[in-house]
Design a protein around this ligand. Sequence first.
Ligand code: F6P
Length: 336
Amino acid sequence: MTAGGDCPGLNAAIRAVVTRLHAAGVPVLGIRNGWEGLMEGNCHPLTRDDVRGILTRGGTILGTSRRDPYVHGEGYASIASTLRERGIERLIVIGGDGSLTAAAQLNNEGLPVIGIPKTIDNDIGGTDVTFGFHTAVQIVTDAIDRLTTTAESHNRVMVVEVMGRTAGWIATYAGIAGGAEAILVPEVSYDIGDVAARLQSRHEAGSAYSIVVVAEGTPAPGGGTWESGVDAYGFSRLGGVSTVVAAELERLTSFETRVMILGYLQRGGSPTAYDRVLATRLGVRAAELALDGESGVMVGLQGDDIVAVDLGLVAQGPRNLDVARHGVASWFWPDR
Ligand code: F6P
C-alpha cells in the first residue's frame, strides 16, 4: 500500500517488494488509494508482471490518498472486514509520518505491519534520508539555475518557495546547491530587515540578482504559518508565504522582486538514480523482514546500511532540519 502524498520512488519500492516476495512464492495484494482501499475492500492481486517497467516512473501505480483509518474511521474496526475477507496476514505500508503513525497504531491493535518511509520532505525519524527527497532537491536546484539567468538579466530578486511542510530540508539542500542568497526555513528564525540588508550589500558589491529560497512552512515576516485552507480530508494546506516575503523585501530594498512557487513540480516525474536505489534497497529489505515474520518495524537508511527500527519512532513527530546544515549556507552570505 502507498499512502499520503506521492513522491518519486514509490513505484521502485512497490516493484522491489513484489519481486522479492514473488521470488519466495508469496502472493501479494496491492491496496488501491492508500488506507481507503483497505477501508473499502479495494485490493487486487499484484504479480511480478504487474510491476515490470515501473522502476523509472514517478507517482504510484497503486494510487494514494490522505484518508486515515483513525481520522476518518474507527481505526482497526474500519479495515477488519477487508483483512478477514481477503486473508491479509501482513501489511507493508509505504508512507510518510501520518500514514506510518496510523500503521504503528494498527500494529499495536494486532495487524502485523512493516513500514517503508517515503516523502520529499525528508522529515521522518529513524532514517537518515527518505526516497523522493533527493529527486525534489534536484528539481528545485534545476529551477534555481534557470531562475538565476532570468533574474540576472533583469536585475531582480527571485523568491522561490518550496515544499517541506514544517521542515526546511528541501529549502536548505536546494538553496546550498543553487547558491541562494538567503534560505528561510521553519527551524531557524530570521529578521526580514537583515535579509533585505544582505541583498542590498550584495547588489552594492556588483551582483545583478539574488535568489531567496523560502520553505512553505516558514513563518511570515509578521509571524504565523501561512495556510491556504484545508484539503478534502481536513488537513491544512501550506503555501503562499513567499508572496509576503517578496512584498516585504521589495518594500525594504526597492529591488524588483518576483515570486516562483514550485509546488507539485517537486513531486512529479522520474526519480533520480539515488532514489531508485534507495527505494529498491528499502523494498527488498521490507519484503525480507515480512518473510522472516517480523512486524512493528520500519526500514530505514543509517549511514550506508539499511536497518530496521521500531515503527513507533515515527509517532514521535516530524524530524526537523539539522540546523548545522543551514549554517553551512550562511558562510557564503555577505553579512558573514
Ligand atoms: O508531504 C509532502 C508534501 O508534498 C508537502 O511538502 C506538501 O505540503 C504536501 O505534501 C502537499 O500535500 P497535498 O498533495 O495533499 O496538497
